[in-house]
Design a protein around this ligand. Sequence first.
Ligand code: PLP
Length: 422
Amino acid sequence: VAATARFVARNPTSRSLHLEAAKSLPGGNTRSLLHNAPFPVFMQRGTGYEVISEDGHVYTDFVGELTAGLYGHANPIIHATLKSTLDNVGLNLGATTRLEAQHARLICERFGLDLIRFTNSGTEANLHALQAARRFTGKRKVIVFTGGYHGAVFSFPDQHPAPNNVDLDDWIVAEYNNIEDAQLKIEESSDVAAVLVEGMQGSGPCIVGSDEFLHAIQSSARKAGAVFILDEVMTSRLAPGGLQSIIGLEPDMTSFGKYLGGGITFGAFGGRADIMAIYDPRFSGTLAHSGTFNNNTLGMAAGYAGLSQIYTPETCMAFSSRGDVFRQRLQEATSGTKMTITGRGSLVGIHFLVDGCKVLRSVADRKDDNTLKDLFWFEMMEDGFWLTRRGSLSLILDTPRSELDRFVRSVKAFLDRHNHLV
Ligand code: PLP
């Protein structure tokens, strides 16, 4: 209660902007995840690895735009690319461009895809990957997993699809990291077109899929004649060839999004040539795939510049190692408490669990201590850290080591301050 009162007192401008916004937006915003009680913080601008609120508070940005903000808010290469695209190419040209072809080639090379198509978001990428799988197999059902999130209309908080999901009757939900349950559901259900899974569940936050589980469902999908789709919208940043290259998976299709558009709206899906041929308009009976902004010039140019000039394989590996060290330090700082740290590379999950469980295999194991979780969010903001309330951190490339150190110190101080609760 005291933390909420301090929050209200520190953010009067956000409060009044929220009340005004709620007159035209339900709840005063457009992204459910960003609504935080008692009202969302309004940010005014970002610069480098920081965001500055309408109330003038400066935060180190650990939201990192849910992984899309890898390059930070003012990366000079991204900035120059956007400017030169505006100056020399223009906004969408209502036509196919070189920008789209060069970005497609680079992503195919990096992630080992035969063919790819672009969309406006990760949600759309998954929608199309599923359509492709259905057309290719002539089947309809899709196996997904508890805790999975594949976009705004595909979320599976538990055994049931969320009520706003598309195709409500077509989902079969198996338990994440439970090989037996997954094998049974994949191999014994009829009409399975696809198995759709994240190698690490981003909105868990950061519940890691075991190598054995992911390999087992890949083989079961093959046995069942279903298309195995790996959702790498969040995880593609974890290694030069994505999480699949770390685990040795060979998905039939992969979906992408986030930073691969350089910070501009972006999505993509691709994989095996025989499946993707479904979209080749030179053949008859093909599937149409349209979208005004699919090949938007700014996203194609910024995405390509980011991947070719900034997030090179060497930078990607160094950044992931940096994230691993940071997470290890947080794990040491939180051992023996209700605070649990999960994740891989530059993606970190923070949990407050009533039973202090340290190994999270599925959302079913996650018994949240919501009071502590909320208190942590409020107090980290007072220390100048911008985080998602659910506890996911997505590191930005140029966040200095000193800020990572400061965060570890802040976490320790939080745990000391509330040692009777944690
Ligand atoms: N898939 C995963 C694993 C995601 O984390 C997200 C977004 O957070 C999506 C898909 C949807 O991407 P978008 O928000 O671009 O629609």
